[in-house]
Design a protein around this ligand. Sequence first.
Ligand code: PHE
Length: 449
Amino acid sequence: MKEKRLGFATRMGAVAASVGSAVGLGNIWRFPYQAGDNGGGAYILVYLICVILLGIPIMMSEFVIGRSTHKNMKGAVEQLTPGSPFKYFAYIGVIGALLICGYYSVVCGWVIEYLWNSASGNLLGHDPEQYSQIFNSFIGSPDRCVLWTVLFLVLNFLVLTRGIEKGVERVANIMMPLLFVLLIVFCVNSLLLPGSMKGMDFLFNVNFDKLGWKGAVDAMGQAFMSLSLGVTCLITYSSYFKDDSPLMKDAVTISGLDTLVAILSGIVIFPAVFSFGMEPGAGPKLIFEILPTIFQQMPGGTIWATLFFVLLFFASITSTISLSEIPITFMVDEYKFSRVKALLLTAVLMSAVAVVSALSFSSLSDVTIIGKNIFDFLDFVGPNFFMLLGGLATAVYVGWFLKKEVVHNQLTNYGKRSSRFVQPYIIFCLRYLAPIAIVIIFLHYTGII
Ligand code: PHE
């Protein structure tokens, strides 16, 4: 029996689900810790430039591929340019998604631990220095980390069995605006802390001395991670878009909201980091150390904490759903698997990556690859290699190999909208800027520059 492709009920549903994919731990956990590691202002400037010059154009190109064919990357390339080897990049997307979703689920597990502790009233009430020890002892305990990670994946796949339309849409439509409001409340609270301006200075004062190659690579990888690019996620999602949705406007809206959430998260975290005299370069544990300290000094802290972790949980699951959908749609479309079979296989593979990553801070802490534990390694190669490589392929494919007419028809809805300025800009970025920037990064990896 042919599986019916799922669809979004409304345009708002499709856009909200794409925002749900984009907004997640990438914005709220990864962006602040990376900004902290890379010295703040200059990193953020490079990040914003990457969003505008590479992110938005590549997002539009993924939309063009997905929406013009209503297929995943492989099927789409076969239909648009028969015989083109670009179809093989679909595998990069599938493998990238499995690896990224695997380690990402571990952080989702951390969110559940913090949600559990705040809801049961045990999170707050410690000295600021103790929060770091509490976090370290938690990630050092294999059972708890694995338990929460696996629980998270079970919930993720339960939502997926109900299909994109019902699962994602409903969750994303309610939770995203709430999260946004909550972040604004927390921003105001952080800005009112004594010494908060030092944090703002750290965030927005551009000092290139602190950036270096590492900062530039991280900023580019983070832009791709945050916008869900390069692993064919948005090709898969846009394959469900309606034919009359305005792709240009949607890409700008999604990128704009996503970036706003990242910046707001920075404004929540860094004024507090400096106000409490903590270390901005604390790495992946940064928000788990600082947030309890922030909630603690707010009236009704436990309630704020619980509400925040509930919303963060939903922001995370809408991202993992979109990541899981990549291999699932791929297996259903290309290998004619039933949806249930594709779902089960994806769940097994992702759980394997997730469990190994969850143990990176305990039983498997001695296992290192290029000097990083498994979790840190995946957090590096996912965005900074798989996503950049996939982004490069998409940019080159749409910029150089796809018929201009297809791009034009998709961006303008067959001539119904004007793309006079946008289209030349997009094509320029896809043809030249994105490939040059990404190739420079890859040459840097090889040590050539
Ligand atoms: N963009 C998501 C986040 O910021 C992560 C993600 C990456 C989701 C790739 C889908 C695809 O959390």
